[in-house]
Design a protein around this ligand. Structure first.
Ligand code: ATP
Length: 376
């Protein structure tokens, strides 16, 4: 086990900069997830850590040793990829033990370590099978077994669950998390899936276009996003963004977003009379009770999931706003719609108008429309 320091890492491919000045301190035993949309540089960062790509500038220290120039085999790390790359002609036992055999570990010890890993992964009864007689989930476990038996200082995992179906992904993500906690190996895990990041990570590193946007616990990223990109990327359905004008009345500072009165933090006082972007999570909205202030709106789409419903609305007063969205990114401000996540829907919602308000105590996240940074 080991801590890792990533210091001012840059990666250029010709004139294209895939990674901008990335720095991160990973604690011994920590589970770190790199997350971001396609092309954000997360795999590039992982490959540099593994030694499969050279950094343009910057350094990597693992367990106190500068490994920046070291060959992959000398770094004492194990990688798990999305395509498990198992040897088809070898049994599970031979696949898991292969790396140890190549290093000349003695046979008895290989067997012991393979069996211990197989037990941890609950695949002991599959040891004599070949990969083609395994399900996707079982193959993924064998790939993990191959990493575990090496007893490395660090695990690096690049989208290891992306070839599995939805149900198996949920199961395997819980298993990988539990396994990592049990054996305590420092782990860096790459995914584009914010749910995986939220459920697995001790800390998340969220990236966009080669630039780290924020580093923090799942709770910190969800509740205190540093900018609109993080706010829109973390959480599902995505946060709503509305334009609102900051005003003050006898009840305090608020933003008027198309008739919805959104109480805002005092830090927004410097924006008095100006427009800000108000971020509201879908679960912060609710059907308005009694004569509470409300938006009167007509749902355009109701997606019922049984215990909850996602209700979509068109917002006539809302302009199409900033350019948070790139081709593959979330597009929270793009279409002037609002999504509410309602838990107690009761009457059918499509058709007539409903009155929608902010839940008491709900947070309103504020962002500067020019810089897209949080106002706090
Ligand atoms: P994905 O989820 O699609 O794998 P990613 O976030 O892991 O995306 P990277 O694979 O790290 O993204 O790529 C980051 C950027 O660097 C991309 O724009 C990619 O096209 C570019 N890139 C990666 N490898 C090379 C290369 N060998 N030559 C030129 N550009 C590259």
């Amino acid at each position: 086990m080991a801590d890792i320091q990533i210091q001012n890492l840059n990666k250029r491919y010709g004139s294209f900069q895939a990674l901008h000045d990335m720095s991160l301190d990973v604690k011994d035993g920590e589970f770190i997830v790199f997350v971001g949309p396609s092309g954000c540089g997360k795999s590039t960062a992982l490959k540099i850590l593994a030694g499969l790509e050279a950094a343009s500038t910057g350094s990597i220290i693992i367990g106190g040793e500068d490994v920046t120039e070291l060959a992959p085999a000398k770094r004492d790390i194990a990688m798990v990829f999305q395509n498990y790359a198992l040897y088809p002609h070898l049994t599970v036992r031979q696949n898991i033990g292969f790396g140890l055999m190549m290093r000349g570990t003695d046979k008895k010890q290989i067997n012991q370590r393979v069996e211990r890993a197989a037990q941890a992964l609950e695949i002991s009864d599959l040891l004599e099978r070949r990969p083609k007689a395994l399900s996707g989930g079982q193959r993924q476990r064998v790939a993990l077994g191959r990493a575990i038996v090496r007893e490395p200082q660090v695990f690096l995992m690049d989208e290891p669950l992306s070839n599995l179906d939805a149900a198996l992904r949920v199961q395997m993500r819980a298993e990988i998390t539990a396994l990592q906690r049990r054996i305590g190996v420092t782990t860096i895990y790459v995914t584009h899936d914010q749910t995986e990041a939220m459920t697995m990570a001790d800390r998340i590193v969220i990236m966009r276009k080669g630039v780290v946007q924020q580093i923090g616990s799942p709770d910190a990223l969800f509740n205190r996003p540093a900018n609109m990109f993080v706010a829109g990327f973390i959480g599902s359905p995505a946060m709503n963004f509305l334009r609102g004008k900051v005003q003050r009345d006898d009840r305090g500072l608020f933003a008027d977003a198309g008739g919805l009165r959104l109480p805002v933090v005092e830090a927004a006082a410097s924006y008095l009379g100006k427009t800000v972007i108000c971020g509201i999570r879908p679960e912060s909205l609710d059907l308005a009770r009694g004569d509470a202030p409300a938006l009167e709106i007509t749902p355009t789409l109701v997606e019922s999931l049984g215990t909850e419903a996602y209700v979509h609305f068109k917002l006539p007063g809302q302009q199409v706003a900033t350019a948070v969205a790139g081709e593959h990114e979330h597009q929270p401000l793009g279409n002037g719609t609002l999504i509410a996540r309602l838990y107690d829907v009761g009457t059918p919602l499509s058709g007539g108008t409903i009155r929608l308000g902010l839940k008491p105590q709900a947070s309103v996240h504020l962002f500067d429309p020019a810089t897209e940074q949080a106002i706090s």
